[in-house]
Design a protein around this ligand. Structure first.
Ligand code: F6R
Length: 241
């Protein structure tokens, strides 16, 4: 693991965007694994800026997203498809037909999950996976549990995650109780992983991910076993180390 300490969220975002830019420049037809949420938002903004100044070309890039709420349509303002379109894809020249987000409305979850695993393989596997970190140590929506889930699956969100995400909804009752998410195997198969972590409230989770035992109770701790993980964290997030 390589850990970069940055002054603040803006610096964290710029550094992550730098690494993603390098990936896109070195391999224009790369596959990016993408996350939603507050953590990568600044990274996407920075990448959009560099695209607009002509420094980046996403025309050959494909992407696969980590997760999606179950029951939300792509048009729902809190769906992760909507998030990706409005915060990133609509502002760059990526071919949207080559951007993949799990289908929150699927009626056959088991089949969909198998198809999503296959899709990740068919696009050639993820070259660079961008991750945020949950307060409970989750990555994607792989919540703390007794075993590491391997593949794409449907998950019951924990009270901690529902509480953390209610800020985006009118009320806590509106937060979906389930999500579809890539599993730990899918994430660990990425050739390179970049984790962005900001804020003191993530400090404890980050400490456990980096320094704690490898356990499914802290799903992100599995990253200790990946050969190419870069954590970019601001001073506040590193304050508990
Ligand atoms: C989002 C995702 C989640 C978030 C995590 C942190 O696609 O997979 O694991 O990365 O919940 O969320 P933020 O960045 O909003 O604190």
């Amino acid at each position: 693991m390589v850990i970069y300490k940055t002054k603040n969220y803006t610096d964290m975002s710029r550094k992550a965007a730098n690494i993603i830019s390098a990936q896109v420049i070195m391999k224009p037809d790369c596959v990016l694994g993408l996350a939603t949420g507050s953590s990568p938002l600044g990274t996407y903004k920075q990448l959009i800026d560099w695209y607009q100044t002509g420094d980046l070309d996403f025309s050959k890039v494909s992407s696969v997203n980590l997760d999606e709420y179950r029951g939300l349509s792509p048009e729902h303002e809190q769906s992760y498809r909507y998030f990706m379109n409005t915060n990133f894809f609509d502002h760059i020249n990526i071919d949207k037909s080559r951007t993949f987000v799990p289908d929150g409305l699927t009626s056959d979850v088991e089949r969909f999950c198998k198809d999503y695993d296959r899709l990740i393989e068919e696009v050639g596997g993820v070259d660079l996976q961008l991750l945020g970190l949950g307060h409970n140590g989750h990555i994607g929506f792989n919540e703390p549990s007794d075993a590491f889930p391997r593949n794409t699956h449907c998950v019951d969100l924990t009270p901690s995650t529902i509480d953390a995400n209610k800020r985006f909804f009118d009320s806590e009752e509106d937060v979906p109780r389930q999500a579809l998410t890539m599993g730990i195997r899918n994430i660990m198969m990425a050739k390179k992983i970049v984790v962005v972590v900001s804020g003191e409230d993530k400090g404890e989770a980050l400490r456990e991910v980096v320094c704690g035992p490898i356990t499914p109770k802290v799903p992100g701790s599995i990253l200790q076993l990946h050969p190419d993980v870069t954590i970019i964290a601001d001073e506040a997030a590193l304050s508990k180390m």
